[in-house]
Design a protein around this ligand. Structure first.
Ligand code: TXA
Ligand code: MG
Length: 377
């Protein structure tokens, strides 16, 4: 039996050699124009791209990912000039934000034009647009010369891919070409900012933060409404619960840091002693699990360094899945500044309700108590 494999074109070494990069991207660009599917790096995560004005190509994205048709896609373009034909209007607020943050990890939701197919927008009267900053993404978009609809290049509800291997792990053989540009730098998906009317609202937190947007949009707020159920088209279906999830059930330990980490390590050791394979995602400064507890540890960076933690988050989840762990226990990271809100958002969704809140008084437990990972079963 032969298994179809996607073509891989490695451009990692060429990213800063414009002429060679352009040559390497001729084939992927023409594949996009013909209606093929091309996975490519952006500064946030890898995308699975299709010609945004080609309905058949866009439909294939949904089939390949197993993504519900109610979840709209982001349209990627090489420059702000290319947005004009996709939107009904480009308000001054959007112009100001685009001027400041594009190319970059910011997606802007605007009222759409008739040129954008319903398949892209899930029938909404708005369209999400972004000019990514990754040199490979920009060169590919320029060479393609068409708008490219691209969700993250993972199977629906799996963590987004931050390197080429993640894309192949989920989707090899189901798309045409993978442009391998090495690991992405930001590591979590773009900020989604709704400027389609009413109060400017962040629908998904990312590297462009509330604090960064406020000087330009004094009223901007973070959407903290209830998480919509699967199949609902609004306000942002990427906010579906149990998104970005590893295969193993993930439990998040939040609250007083010392107590949360102590309880996590205690639960991990107990679950391991009970014969389960346990994985943990910790900060560099956290203590190690007790010797002999057979707990897998992945350290994401210093808790105060949200950029490093965000960049390591999804690959950490995938690495633990690859080890075949039965449960993943994660410490909460500071959610106040920088990428903190984005990290907390993704971890909360990956935990899908399995959150253990810890007070200082919960610290090293003198008396036995039921483990949170067992409770989660
Ligand atoms: O960083 C990123 O944004 C990556 C890279 C590839 O650009 N893309 C990405 O796409 O994360 P995806 O499809 O995984 O997430 C798109 C998000 C979803 O939350 C979706 O609901 C939201 O954007 N979205 C798209 N169109 C929208 C619209 N018209 N109104 C509200 N939300 C929209
Ligand atoms: Mg996604």
């Amino acid at each position: 039996m032969t298994v179809a494999m996607s073509q891989v074109i490695s451009v990692e070494a060429l990213a800063h050699d414009p002429a060679q990069l352009e040559a390497a991207l001729v084939e992927p660009a023409s594949c996009l124009r013909r209606g093929g599917l091309v996975a490519f790096p952006t500064e946030t995560v890898y995308g699975l791209g299709a010609h945004a004005l080609n309905r058949t190509a866009v439909q294939r994205i949904f089939t390949v990912k197993g993504r519900p048709a109610t979840d709209p896609l982001i349209v990627h373009v090489a420059s702000v000039d290319a947005v004009g034909s996709l939107v009904a209007a480009f308000p001054p607020s959007a112009a100001a934000v685009a001027e400041r943050f594009w190319p970059g990890p910011l997606t802007i939701v605007l009222r759409r034009s008739a040129a954008v197919p319903d398949e892209v927008t899930a029938g909404l009267d708005t369209v999400a647009v972004r000019v990514p900053a990754h040199p490979v993404a920009l060169a590919l978009l320029r060479a393609a010369g068409v708008p490219v609809a691209a969700p993250s290049a993972n199977l629906f509800s799996r963590p987004s891919p931050t390197c080429a291997a993640h894309v192949l792990e989920d989707l090899d053989g189901h798309f045409d070409i993978l442009v391998d540009g090495g690991a992405t730098t930001v590591g979590v998906e773009s900020t989604v900012l709704d400027l389609s009317g009413g109060t400017p609202t962040i629908l998904r937190p990312g590297a462009v933060t509330l604090e960064m947007l406020r000087p330009l949009l004094p009223e901007v707020r973070l959407n903290d409404g209830p998480v919509p159920a699967h199949g609902t088209a609004l306000p942002s279906p990427g906010l579906l619960e149990r998104h970005y999830s590893p295969r193993a059930p993930l439990t998040l330990y939040e609250g007083d840091t010392a107590a949360a980490v102590a309880l996590l390590l205690r639960d991990a050791a107990r679950a391991a002693a009970g014969g389960r394979t346990v994985g943990t995602l910790l900060a560099d400064e956290d203590p190690a699990p007790q010797d002999g507890s057979h707990v897998h540890v992945i350290r994401l960076g210093s808790a105060e360094d949200s950029e490093t933690v965000a960049a390591a988050l999804y690959s950490g989840m995938r690495a633990l899945d690859a080890l075949g762990v039965d449960a993943i226990l994660v410490r909460g990271f500071p959610s106040g500044a920088g990428l903190g809100p984005a990290i907390r958002d993704r971890l909360t969704r990956a935990a899908a309700g399995r959150v253990t809140r810890c007070e200082a008084a919960d610290a090293p437990a003198p008396s036995p108590r039921e483990s949170a990972s067992e409770r989660a079963e």
